[in-house]
Structures are given as C-alpha cells and as structure tokens.
Design a protein around this ligand. Structure first.
Ligand code: ADP
Ligand code: XUL
Length: 610
C-alpha cells in the first residue's frame, strides 16, 4: 500500500509519446506513477504514429492538441478508479516537450472558464483552438524561416540574443511559418499562443497562463539578457521584419502586427516560486481536488530534468542515450551558436546550458563492432572495448573525430579523422601500425569527452568554485605548456581563455543507456575532473519528477513566505537517494590538457557545413 498520509504533489510530463504523472510526498519521495501511451489509446482516433502525424514530403511533424486533453482526463480517471486521494494534493507542476506552440481561438478563454465537470475536456474545448495541432520538436519544415532568422540578425548574434541560433523546431520560426505561409487565416483567428508547458498550466488553471520564462528561451524570440521580447524577432514571427519582409518600420501595419503578435504571446512571467493560481473548478468537481490546490508554472522537459537531481552551480548532467546531451548549470551567460542557453527555471541569475551531440552511442557502437570483428567476438559485447579502456595507463596522444552522422557540435558533415600527436605536431593518420583499430576505443571516448570539456569550459569559468585545490603552480604549468604547444585555442570560432580552459565542473552525473558502462563513465569522469565527484544515477521519470519537485519547492517557499535557494532545498536528496554515490574515478584532468589542445586544433580542420 502506498503511504498517502503526507501532503502530496503531482509532477506532469507531457512528452511526444505519452503523458505521465508522478506523485511525490513532502520528503521528495516518489510514491506512484501513472502514464498513458498515446499510440496505445489514440492511434485510430487521432491517426497518429509514435504520438505524432508526420508528413515526409514537407518535413512537418505535428501532435493533436485534443489528444493531450483526452490524456489528462484519462489519467485522472485512472487515478480516481485507484481511489487516489486528490484532496491531499497541494501543488502541481510539470514539464512539456519544448518549443511546441498551441494556437488558441478567440472563444478559448470563455470555454476554459465554463467547463462542465460532467463532460470531457476535449469535447468542450474543440472550438478553443484556431488550429487543432501543435508543431512537434521533430518538425523540420521551417528551413526557409531558419534562413530568415539568420539573415535578419546573424547566426552568432541570434545565439547571443536568444541563447540559441535558429533551430527548425524553435517556436518563433514555427509561428512565422504559421502566420505567413501555412495558416494565415488561422493566425488571424488566434487569440493567444501557448507553448506546451504553459498550455498544460492553462488547462489546469482554467485560464490562459503566461509563458514560463525558462521554457520561453526556446523560441528564438526572447532577449535573455534584457528579459524582454526582441522586436526584430517578433517582427519576423509576424512577417513584418524590415530587412526580410521589407516592411518599413514607419508603416502602420508594422506596429499593428508587432502589437498583435506580442498580445498573442502574452507576457512572460519572470522565474518565480509564486503559484499561477488555484486548480480550476472543473478538476475540483470532477475529480475532487482540493480547491486550494496550487498550480505552479510548468516548464520545458530538459529544464525539468535538471530539477530532478540535487544539482548545484557548475554541475553537469551527462545523458548518454542514443545521442549525448549535456545539461549544466551556470552563472555565466556565454552563448554560442553551437549550443543552447536557457534561464534556469528555479535559480534566479542562473542558466542551463545544453549541448546536444548527434554522434554518441551509435558512434561508440560502431567502434566497438570493428574491434569485436577483428577479435571474432560477439558483436554486441562491450568486454573487449572496456578492457581496452580500463587498461590504458595514460593519455597516449591519439584522438579521433568520429562522426558517422553529420554532427551538431561542431556543426559538420559526417566524417572520420584519426590523428597522433608527435613532438607537438598533429599528424592525421589511417588505421595501421601506429593507430590501431584497438586505439579507437580510448580515442572515441576521450574525444567525445574532450569536446564537451571544451564547450563547457566557457560556461563553467568563474561561475562557481570552478577550481580544485591543486596548487596554482601545477595549473599554471599545465596551462603554459598547453599554450606553448598549441598557441591560442579557439572553439567554434571563439577564443578560449585561461579561465575557460582551467574551469572544472563541480559534480558530474551520468544517466542514460551507456551510463551502465562503468569503463566508459570512469574514463569520462577522469577527463572532466569534477571537483566534487562523479555520480551515476538512474532517474527513469526525471521530467515528471522535476515537475513535482518544482511544485514542492514552490509550495514550501510560499508557506515560509521567503525564497529558499532551490539547490539548498533539493540537496536533501543526498540523504534519501541511495544511488548518489561518488564513482571515485581517477583524476586525470591535468594530464588531459594535452588532449584539450589536440582536439581543439583537429576541429579547426573539419569540413564545414552551411
Ligand atoms: P535513448 O536515448 O534512445 O532513450 P538509452 O538511454 O536507452 O536510449 O541508450 C541507448 C544506448 O545506450 C544504446 O545505443 C547503447 O549503445 C548504449 N548502451 C546501453 N548499454 C550500454 C553498455 N553497457 N555499454 C555501452 N553502451 C551502452
Ligand atoms: C530540446 C528539444 C527536445 C524536446 C523533447 O530542445 O527539442 O529535447 O524538448 O521533448
């Protein structure tokens, strides 16, 4: 029997393929999870496959919005059948897939306000949308809009303003496509635009909620440093940009269109612990929620993920799934067109950096397969690969660029380059006597880790306590040697500084499929060299859990009428989560300065795209 005696919190996760709700108690303990997979329930009703409708011809990938409403009623009904004590829930928050936009009709507000508890949400809200779909993050139908955004303000400058260069899935590009190309008349009929996170907040509140600030950073519209919309970008979304659409700023249509899009998007609420309001009467009457149950703004799924762990400034969460994603917390706003920065959802003056690599596990699997082939071993076994990783005593001056697929960071087409460092010179080479196929095992894990280290450095530098207590002499010596050998280092066109090269993470956490391989994560940990340890964790419901924790932290702050630093609040997880044990990796951070220089120089020779 689940112990529901405490006050309860709910964390939602509305992702591409399912809706999940997790129940937690006051001690951050997960008590129960409910989920509904869209394909298993709604395949025929909504004509979806893997949660979406995809059109291969134009790259459009969309999700039916009414399906999400059905999923909410479905899960609450399941919980009701389980006699779930809805009246004990004091706070709800959660996460949504990032970037997706929802287009509300002019009737939406009044329909939301007058929901009848005896009818399903989807039935009553059919007319609440000017378009009944939401572009999914996998959508790639906005190439022309991406060029427009870059041509309007410049790629690097767009990243500087909004935290990211133009990405096909980002909301601003999607709105431009909607307003100027695909759905002009629906755009006219749109009263408000939500993103997935604020959409769920709105449904639970029974009124259209403002955009949540950290998730709003995934739109390519918001000026992060100024905490306000960027007018040139709003003009692009509305199709009246002076440079691209040739609409003169003095033309009345310009101001009218900017006002309209601003109104549709609405205000962006700065990061806060304050609730957005109480749960709508619909849920109180239909499911017997307590009418005082607070709704706290939902956020994006990656942003919620970092809330699920006791992360502190300069911590890195390394997700080793099919692709590699690194999420890190920083005080530095150091944007780059190669990665993303968002405001942190609960820590004011902090940001979440997000590095997304395409070539992660699959590239490692390819190297493993070649080695196994040579030794006539079972293709799927990691034993030989791991033995090679474990037996390496020191960095042996061999690295590689292993991109079987075109890469995002650095933006480059598919290619493989192997090289050896000899007397300070980098020599490219092929598999042979000097660089054996076995060397790929260490070289790929080292190169992938060094690439993250190069990009994380500028974000971590001076952001927290980013140096270990080794003697300054030791660091200076390693740094001077690095510069003597390689000269000024650049990453993605920007100079690295001494501070960025000597910045260490605070802690590193590893999740995802390949984190089950201790040889891989030990090697990675020894290169990252975090000050306070490497941790392997399992967080199967991370986004939902992060949502529930956001609700419980917000509730606590409201109860105590003061801001409690999120990292202080969440650190009690160290006492309750037995998984949080230091991996005790060997620290080879200084030794890998050489690798840092070598990879940076090798990257300068990559074939470019764009
Ligand atoms: P997804 O990102 O699709 O959710 P997972 O997090 O399950 O995927 O990660 C899948 C990947 O993890 C696989 O491609 C596989 O190469 C890798 N993986 C799983 N177990 C191991 C292991 N023991 N050693 C190395 N890699 C592994
Ligand atoms: C992030 C992104 C994806 C979605 C997945 O930029 O597009 O991670 O958030 O749900």
């Amino acid at each position: 029997m689940v112990d529901y005696s405490s006050k309860l919190f709910l964390g939602f996760d509305l992702s591409t393929q399912q809706l999940k709700i997790i129940v937690t108690d006051e001690d951050l303990k997960p008590l129960k999870t409910y989920n509904v997979e869209f394909d298993s329930q709604y395949k025929s009703k909504y004509g979806i496959h893997k949660g979406v409708k995809a059109n291969e011809e134009d790259g459009e990938v969309i999700s039916p919005v009414l399906m999400w409403l059905d999923a909410i009623d479905y899960l609450f009904t399941q919980m009701k059948q389980d006699d779930f004590p809805f009246d004990k829930v004091v706070g709800i928050s959660g996460s949504g897939q990032q970037h997706g936009s929802i287009y509300w009709s002019h009737e939406a507000e009044s329909l939301l306000n007058n929901l009848k508890p005896n009818q399903d949400l989807s039935k009553q809200l059919t007319n609440a949308f000017s378009w009944e779909y939401s572009p999914n993050w996998q959508d790639h139908s906005t190439n022309s809009e991406a060029s427009d955004f870059h041509n309007a303000v410049g790629k690097e400058n767009l990243a500087k303003i909004t935290g990211s260069r133009a990405h096909l899935r980002f909301t601003g590009l999607q709105i431009r496509k909607f307003a100027t190309r695909s759905h002009k008349s629906e755009y006219e009929k749109t009263s408000r635009i939500s993103i997935v996170s604020s959409f769920v907040t709105s449904i639970l509140l029974g009124k259209i909620a403002n955009l949540e600030e950290s998730d709003a950073c995934g739109m390519n519209l918001y000026n992060i440093s100024k905490s306000s919309y960027n007018e040139d970008l709003l003009a692009l979304a509305a199709g009246v940009n002076s440079k691209i659409d040739k609409v003169d700023k003095s033309d009345p249509i310009y101001e009218k269109s900017i006002d309209e899009v601003r109104q549709k998007l609405g205000d962006i609420t700065p990061i806060t612990y304050e609730s957005s309001g109480e749960i709508s009467n619909y849920f109180v009457e239909r499911y017997k929620f307590n009418k005082n149950c607070k709704i706290y703004s939902f956020t994006g799924d990656n942003l919620a993920t970092i809330l699920s762990l006791p992360l502190q400034p300069n911590d890195c969460l390394v997700s080793l799934g099919t692709s590699t994603t690194v999420l890190l917390i920083t005080k530095n706003y150091e944007p780059s067109s190669q990665y993303h920065l968002f405001k942190h959802p609960t820590m004011p003056e902090h940001y979440m950096g997000m590095l997304c690599y395409c070539n992660g596990s699959l590239a490692r699997e390819k190297a493993r397969d070649e080695i196994n082939k040579k030794y006539k071993l079972d293709q799927k076994s990691w034993d030989k690969f791991n033995e090679l990783l474990d037996s390496q005593k020191a960095f042996d001056n061999k690295l590689g660029i292993y991109f079987p697929l075109g890469e995002i960071i650095p933006h480059a087409p598919a290619q493989t380059i192997r090289a050896i460092l000899k007397d300070g010179e980098i020599e490219k080479c092929k598999i042979g006597d000097e660089f054996k196929i076995e060397d790929d095992a260490c070289a790929i894990v080292e190169s992938q880790t060094l690439s993250c280290r190069l990009r994380a450095g500028p974000m971590l530098s001076k952001s927290g306590d980013a140096n270990k207590e080794e003697s300054t002499d030791e660091i200076n010596e390693a740094y001077n040697k690095l510069i003597d050998t390689f000269g000024q280092l650049k990453t993605d066109g920007k100079d690295q500084t001494k501070d960025s090269l000597i910045a260490r993470p605070n802690r590193c956490y590893y999740v995802g499929g390949a984190s089950n391989n201790l040889s891989i994560i030990n090697k990675m940990g020894s290169i990252f060299g975090p000050i306070n340890g490497n941790y392997k964790v399992e967080i199967p419901n991370a986004c939902a859990l992060g949502g529930a924790y956001k609700a419980s932290w917000s509730y606590k702050c409201e109860e105590e009428k003061k801001f409690i630093p999120y990292d202080d609040y969440i650190k009690k997880l160290f006492d309750t989560n037995d998984e949080l044990k230091d991996l005790k990796c060997e620290d080879k951070w200084i030794e890998y300065f050489k690798g840092v220089g070598m990879l940076a120089k090798m990257e300068e020779t990559l074939m470019e795209v764009d």
